[in-house]
Design a protein around this ligand. Structure first.
Ligand code: DQA
Length: 137
C-alpha cells in the first residue's frame, strides 16, 4: 500500500517548537522509526509551509495512492482550498493532529478538513499518525 504523510506549516520545527505541546522528537526521527515499524507499507513524507505546495501534492498523489495522512496544522482552521482539494481527489484522507485541538483556543475547534476526511484522529501526540496508518491496513 502507498501512503503519504503530509504535514503543513511549522511542523518542520517539531522537536524545537513548543515541546510542551508537540513533544521533543523531530519528525524526521519519528518518520524513520515508523518506516521501519510499518515496513510492509510504502510510506512517503512531504512537508511544506506553503498552502499551494500542499494542494499540488494532494493533486499529485490523489489518484494513485491508497491513503493520505494529513496534518494541515494551522491551515486546518483557515483553508477552504485544502478542503476543496481533498473533495476533488479519489484517495481517502485521514486528518490528524498531535495536540487535542478541542482543548485549546476556540479558533482551533473548526476544521475545513474534517467534513471531507474519511476520519479524524486528534490529540494522541505523534501516535495520531500511527493510528491513521493502521486505519489504512
Ligand atoms: C496541530 C494543531 C493546529 O491547531 C496547529 O496550528 C498546529 C498543529 C496539531 O498537530 O496539533 O500547527 O495541527
Amino acid at each position: 500500500k502507498k501512503i503519504l504523510i503530509l504535514n503543513g506549516p511549522n511542523l518542520n520545527l517539531l522537536g524545537k517548537r513548543e515541546p510542551e505541546i508537540y513533544g521533543s522528537l523531530t519528525f524526521t526521527d519519528f518518520f524513520e522509526s515508523i518506516k521501519k515499524k510499518y515496513n510492509t507499507v510504502e510510506l512517503s513524507y512531504f512537508q511544506s509551509n506553503i498552502e499551494g505546495e500542499l494542494i499540488n501534492k494532494i493533486h499529485e498523489v490523489g489518484f494513485s495512492y491508497d491513503g493520505i495522512v494529513l496534518n494541515a496544522a494551522a491551515y486546518t482552521h483557515t483553508s477552504v482550498a485544502l478542503g476543496d482539494a481533498i473533495k476533488g481527489i479519489e484517495t481517502p484522507v485521514i486528518e490528524v493532529h498531535i495536540s487535542n485541538t478541542f482543548s485549546r483556543e476556540t479558533f482551533r475547534h473548526h476544521s475545513y478538513i474534517s467534513a471531507v476526511a474519511k476520519g479524524v484522529i486528534v490529540g494522541f501526540g505523534l501516535k495520531s499518525y500511527e493510528l491513521a496508518i493502521q486505519s489504512f491496513l
